[in-house]
Design a protein around this ligand. Structure first.
Ligand SMILES: NC(=O)c1ccc[n+]([C@@H]2O[C@H](COP(=O)([O-])OP(=O)(O)OC[C@H]3O[C@@H](n4cnc5c(N)ncnc54)[C@H](OP(=O)(O)O)[C@@H]3O)[C@@H](O)[C@H]2O)c1
Length: 330
């Protein structure tokens, strides 16, 4: 049954539910608890029933299998979904997955693959996943503008782009959304990015809004993470940083208990309170959690609670390891 009560926001003209669903963890990366394809598909269907319209994936997730999974799940429901996917971390000229390539020729090849795997003839929001230092952003946005004109994509997005790149890109064709990490323990976008996005009328999609699961309070020891869990190499999840960062979770839990809510819901409610141009995409592969996370739409934080959350202890450790930080445009 559909209740469709979720509030909506506009990402540069593209209307989405203000809480979306990130599909990445349905294809590995975070490995606490076994998931299954069937449960992942049920999770997407439950999200749609709860009024979520915004589903986020990428060519590199899997690679490729995550888009296929999303394609399977939205079959017969295409008109209920704003499909967001990303290109630029797979080089189709031979480099393969993990090679940054936003050349016009590569974008042309990438979009055809994504359309096929998603089982659709248009992508609602097509993001460059990481800025390509070897391709001028004007070239990339130029080919994306052509894809808009051809009806293959509806809106253009950037991910982890810096202010200079955003301005240049927006000068070629309107950018609808920037997707970058933003959460209670990753507040960097507040200084320069958010003011620029507001100046230009670009929406903001916070990724990893639950701090890769840390802010939910479910992870209490690094021993819970298997060796192939992506978080094992994230500086915030290792050694003394992990122990130190548990303080942050305790503070989030304290606010959660005042509202009879869960820490995950507080982390999302805090993001929603940052503006009506913000549309986080919490990731989960489980039905119960998508229900929990979408319910954050109705949580109201008081001024005192917001203030307390604004003044949380800062996180220890960079938000990515050195290699991942090095490909972030600044
Ligand atoms: N643009 C980019 O470069 C980029 C980078 C990273 C992510 N993303 C996008 O952002 C989305 C979300 O980010 P993310 O997945 O990295 O991190 P996240 O949303 O902060 O956290 C996801 C993790 O939290 C767990 N979780 C979710 N809800 C929970 C709850 N209510 N209670 C306890 N645990 C919960 C999930 O486990 P289960 O899955 O087992 O439920 C998963 O391990 C991704 O799916 C992806 O679409 C984009």
């Amino acid at each position: 049954m559909s209740n469709n009560i979720m509030k909506r926001v506009s990402l540069g003209g593209l209307e989405v539910s203000r809480i979306g669903l990130g599909a990445m963890s349905m294809s590995g990366y975070y490995n606490i608890g076994a998931g299954s394809e069937a449960e992942s598909i049920r999770t997407i269907h439950r999200a749609l029933e709860l009024g979520v319209t915004h589903i986020d994936t990428a060519e590199i997730y899997g690679p490729f299998s995550n888009e296929e999974l999303v394609g399977k799940a939205i079959k017969g429901r295409r008109d209920q979904v704003v499909v967001a996917t990303k290109f630029g971390l797979v080089s189709h000229a031979g480099g393969g997955p993990g090679v940054i390539d936003s050349s016009a020729a590569n974008v042309r090849m990438a979009v055809e693959g994504s359309l096929k795997r998603l089982g659709t003839d248009y992508i609602d929001l097509y993001y460059q996943h990481r800025v390509d230092p070897n391709t001028p952003i004007e070239e990339t946005i130029g080919v994306l503008a052509d894809l808009v004109a051809e009806g293959k994509i509806r809106y253009i997005g950037l991910s982890e782009a810096g202010t200079g790149t955003i301005r240049r890109a927006h000068g070629v064709h309107p950018v609808a959304a920037l997707q970058t990490e933003y959460s209670l323990w990753s507040r960097d976008p507040e200084a320069e990015l958010l003011p620029l996005l507001r100046e230009l009328g670009i929406g903001f999609v916070p990724y990893s809004p639950l701090g890769h699961g840390f802010l939910t309070g479910e992870i209490t020891s690094p021993d819970q993470l298997s060796d192939d869990d992506w978080r094992k190499t994230n500086p915030r999840f290792t050694g003394d940083n992990f122990k130190y960062n548990l303080r942050i979770v305790e503070e989030v839990k304290a606010v959660a208990s005042q509202l009879n809510a869960t820490p995950a819901q507080i982390a999302l409610a805090w993001l929603l309170a940052q503006g009506d141009d913000i549309a986080p995409i919490p990731g989960t592969k489980r039905v119960a959690r998508v229900e929990e996370n979408t319910a954050a739409d109705s949580i109201q934080l008081s001024t005192v609670q917001l203030e307390r959350l604004n003044n949380l202890t800062s996180a220890a450790g960079e938000r990515h390891d050195e290699m991942n930080m090095s490909v972030i445009d600044r």
